[in-house]
Design a protein around this ligand. Structure first.
Ligand SMILES: Cc1cc2nc3c(=O)[nH]c(=O)nc-3n(C[C@H](O)[C@H](O)[C@H](O)COP(=O)(O)O)c2cc1C
Length: 184
């Protein structure tokens, strides 16, 4: 795929089907993630690859976390939480690992982790896979953090849902010049 076509035409895919990306495809995505721009070359990120039984376990973790927050959750809400991770055959959790640094503030490190997550999304598209970056209430939930072993100095920047996209959406038309001024 032409690089500029990727950069200008990529779209997300909410409906993702099996099979999960292959080991080779995952490696390409992680290699791309590790090429994110990175002030000080701190590599302020790490990733969890979740598929199969792991997705079921993540659903149970979401449900337990949701019930702890609101024990009165009705059946529909409980089912929604449990099934959330089953919307794709694979999830890569992108995690920012913030480090004390004299020149690189935490915000820049989180941006780098975000760029890494976007590189996963883009390299999925470039491999004819579908991807959707999701966050939501579970992202910063303390029980979810504990269940995923997220350390104090870490933040989940996204759950990148991955799989086969049956239909690729066209990118919406947008004129970037409407958001751009010349400053002199
Ligand atoms: C940090 C971040 C968090 C996001 N969280 C969600 C989410 O929880 N649910 C959702 O539907 N889209 C979420 N999105 C947006 C989608 O990933 C996607 O970009 C959006 O649906 C627009 O589609 P497009 O990428 O094809 O333009 C998030 C995007 C970012 C960058």
């Amino acid at each position: 795929m032409d690089a500029l076509e990727l950069l200008t035409q990529r779209t997300s895919t909410p409906a993702l089907r099996a099979p999960a990306p292959s080991a080779e495809q995952v490696q390409v995505m992680l290699d791309a993630a590790c090429r994110a721009p990175d002030h000080g070359l701190l590599r302020p990120y790490r990733f969890l690859v979740i598929e199969g039984e792991g997705l079921l376990k993540l659903g149970e973790l979401f449900l337990a976390a949701g019930l702890k927050k609101d024990p009165d959750l009705d059946e529909t809400a409980q089912k929604k939480l449990r099934n959330m991770p089953l919307r794709a055959p694979m999830i890569i959790v992108a995690i920012a690992v913030k480090q004390e640094h004299p020149k690189v503030p935490e915000v820049e490190q989180v941006i780098t982790a975000g760029c890494a997550a976007h590189a996963i999304v883009q390299s999925a598209f470039a491999q004819n896979l579908g991807a959707m970056w999701r966050t939501g209430a579970m992202t910063h939930n303390p029980d979810v953090r504990e269940g995923l072993n997220i350390a104090e100095n870490e933040e989940i920047v996204g759950f990148v849902y991955l799989g086969q996209s049956l239909k690729v959406r066209a990118a919406p038309e947008f004129d970037a010049s409407t958001l751009t001024q010349s400053w002199r």
